[in-house]
Design a protein. Structure first.
Length: 171
């Protein structure tokens, strides 16, 4: 009889511990989700301001970053090369720039997370011509020293198989 009561108490205590630990994980997941969502909010503001240093603050430092951009070249290894790409892009489009994130989905698991979204850009060149582009974006984040940083980014456009050309305005 004593063993049965002890086992029941042990099972009850284990269930309570599991319940409480799962509640904490949900709170952490919610906080992590909010932190990553905030990165996208700050990113769009940085694009509008053309603040490349702020944009780059969302990426892992050094050579840890691997980015597949929608434009040539195929990939960038490290923040220095990706920063140069952003700088050259904004030089080619010196007028107004906007970024609008939609369809943002985030999945967090421990110190890794991924996010997918649609990022609609509008940029203006020196002749005041406006180019609208709708990117498909997938980012992989790692939590480093309490901060979520992008360690891998993949941007793309759909390609029209009939023409072999990118569809910049695909919806």
């Amino acid at each position: 009889m004593r063993n049965t009561a002890f086992v029941k108490k042990l099972i009850l205590a284990s269930a309570i511990i599991l319940f409480l630990s799962s509640c904490g994980n949900k709170e952490n997941a919610t906080a992590d989700d909010a932190a990553i969502r905030n990165i996208y909010t700050e990113y769009t503001s940085a694009v509008i301001a053309k603040n490349v240093n702020k944009i780059m603050s969302f990426y892992a430092p050094g050579d840890e970053l691997l980015a597949f951009d929608a434009f040539i070249p195929r990939q960038y290894r490290g923040t220095a090369s990706y920063q140069k790409d952003y700088e050259e892009f904004f030089k080619a489009f010196p007028g107004a720039a906007t970024s609008r994130i939609s369809d943002l989905n985030i999945k967090v698991s421990g110190n890794l997370a991924y996010a997918t979204c649609i990022d609609q850009w509008s940029v203006t060149d020196s002749s005041k011509a406006v180019l609208d582009m709708i990117f498909r974006c997938t980012d992989v984040f790692e939590k480093q020293q309490g901060r979520w940083l992008i360690i891998h980014e993949h941007l793309s456009f759909p390609v029209d198989p009939a023409t072999g050309k990118a569809d910049y305005s695909s919806k």
